[in-house]
Write a protein that binds this ligand. Structure first.
Ligand code: ADP
Length: 478
């Protein structure tokens, strides 16, 4: 089966969050089971090409139409650990992919629509049949429009995976005109017109309607999207394609996240945890007396529940534990707020706040912590809770989306129902009490979490089954 992924992230070369890890894990597993796959991404200026093998220019010059001009591009082929990559090298005068970052530019709509058109142009020039075109999130959703509506490419079926439905790519109809699609034609409720802001087009909605199947990254999040509990604006569109929409849980890459704990007995695991804590105690002047260790390793964004993270810090202090936060602020407001907290607790031997992104430290913290707090407002899937369980760290998570599908309360972690301080504090208090009064119970839960196979084996089989069952021709046409 010939499978082509189109995405804006591929870890570790271009990673902003979980999406990059998902593409890598899925691609590795498909390669292992002998499927023919390739991954198409932009050739960002920050890509470390030294990490690539067999880097070759496949097409030195092909043109992509934008605003009445033909813009130059090239395509490079390369391999990253045997995974075939195609890098679209845009030489657009605005330097669309030469911004030192993936997202967060004012012209993101124009940049990613251009990428979508360039991908479709490249597939047209290259020719040949593709069995499955697998698109990820709004940034590449318009590839489905180009493939089906403009170029009529020979593609068996198109799958769109929604990794986070809060980001939808709302734009004006003239943004589509700019890349050669008739924007006004799509400004209709049956097509791309946004169901919340009728003057806008919605690229994710377009991807949903012009693909054959739609998935999201956990069954519970799929239900939440369908019932309007999350991201209400997509609900009518998803209801329309309900029979073609499902949730497939993500996995984690066990090469990256191998703690080595699953082959050890509990005493050795707890001993290693203690050793990792002792190192951190020395490095950061923490107290050796104050357990359990509670923490979070997260993007600091509204989705991840910053208010409840702060409340968890206070409650942990009150209960006499240690709290460690490794968080990368996603906004200036949150950075300033947490920097003030950091100053306030600078001398505390119970609190450590680190406001940056640090993969190596993340690995160490997963090993050291007893409990990982995950108070998300919503969570499409979440990888951190699975990584935690691999490291004998019990998640304390809000019961939403993927958390509900991966954590069993009282068995592999703790779930709290509401996005409120008291709901979170209830779960934290229960965890503390169990830790202090019934350590055997905690060990039993750790053991159950460690025994779960979070690898990509099962998710990849689920995707493969779906690919094989996919009809041809977009939902819209049927
Ligand atoms: P999301 O993709 O929504 O941010 P996920 O739980 O799916 O959340 O994935 C987050 C990944 O990023 C995990 O591997 C987590 O360990 C990692 N991570 C998040 N913040 C940091 C940080 N500040 N430093 C290091 N790793 C981080």
């Amino acid at each position: 089966m010939r499978i082509v992924h189109v995405t804006t992230e591929f870890a570790p070369l271009a990673k902003a969050g979980g999406l990059g890890e998902v593409i890598l894990g899925l691609a590795r597993e498909f390669l292992r089971i002998g499927e023919e796959i390739e991954v198409i991404i932009p050739k960002y200026d920050f890509l470390d090409t030294r990490q690539l093998e067999h880097l070759n220019m496949e097409i030195p010059d092909f043109k992509c139409w934008e605003k009445g001009s033909l813009q130059p591009n090239a395509v490079w082929s390369a391999k990253w650990e045997k995974i075939p990559l195609k890098l679209i090298d845009s030489r657009h005068p605005s330097g669309y992919f030469h911004r030192g970052k993936i997202y967060g530019c004012q012209d993101d709509i124009a940049r990613f629509l251009y990428f979508c058109r360039a991908v479709a142009e490249y597939l047209k020039i290259r020719g040949g049949h593709i069995d499955i075109l697998h698109l990820h999130d709004w940034h590449v959703a318009a590839v489905a429009l180009f493939a089906r509506d403009l170029f009529k490419l020979p593609i068996g079926a198109i799958l769109l995976t929604i990794h986070n439905a809060d980001y939808q790519g709302r734009c004006a109809h003239w943004d589509l005109d700019a890349v050669g699609l008739d924007g006004r034609k799509y400004l209709s409720p049956k097509l791309l017109q946004d169901d919340q802001f009728p003057e806008a087009l919605n690229l994710l909605k377009g991807g949903i309607l012009f693909s054959d199947r739609i998935t999201t990254v956990s069954p519970t999040y799929a239900q939440e999207l369908l019932t309007g509990k999350e991201t209400r604006s997509l609900q009518p569109t998803l209801q329309k394609v309900k029979k073609s929409f499902s949730g497939i849980l993500n996995g984690i890459d066990l090469d990256v996240w191998d703690s080595g704990f699953s082959s050890l007995d509990m005493d050795d695991i707890l001993d290693l945890k203690k050793k990792e804590q002792e190192k951190l105690i020395k490095e950061h002047n923490l107290s050796s007396q104050k357990g359990p260790w509670v923490g979070a390793i997260t993007r600091l964004a509204a989705q991840k529940g910053p208010e409840l993270l702060e409340a968890a810090l206070h409650k942990t202090i009150e209960l006499g534990g240690t709290f460690i936060l490794l968080a990368s602020p996603a906004s200036e407001d949150l950075r300033l707020h947490f920097e003030a907290l950091e100053k306030r607790y600078a001398r505390s031997d119970q609190v450590l706040l680190l406001l940056h992104y640090d993969e190596e430290l993340a690995h160490r913290l997963y090993r050291a912590l007893h409990f990982l707090v995950l108070p998300s407002r919503y969570e499409p899937c979440g990888l951190a809770q699975m990584i935690a369980m691999r490291h004998a760290t019990l998640p304390i998570a809000r019961a939403t989306g993927g958390h509900k599908d991966t954590i069993r309360h009282g068995e592999t972690g703790f779930l709290f129902p509401d996005y409120t301080r008291s709901s979170m504090e209830g779960a934290l208090t229960e965890a503390f009490s169990l830790f202090r009064k019934h350590p055997k119970e905690i060990s039993r839960m750790i053991g159950q979490g460690l025994a779960i196979d979070w690898s990509w084996k099962i998710p990849a089989q689920n995707y493969l089954q779906l690919y094989k069952s996919m009809p041809s021709g977009s939902i819209l046409k049927n």
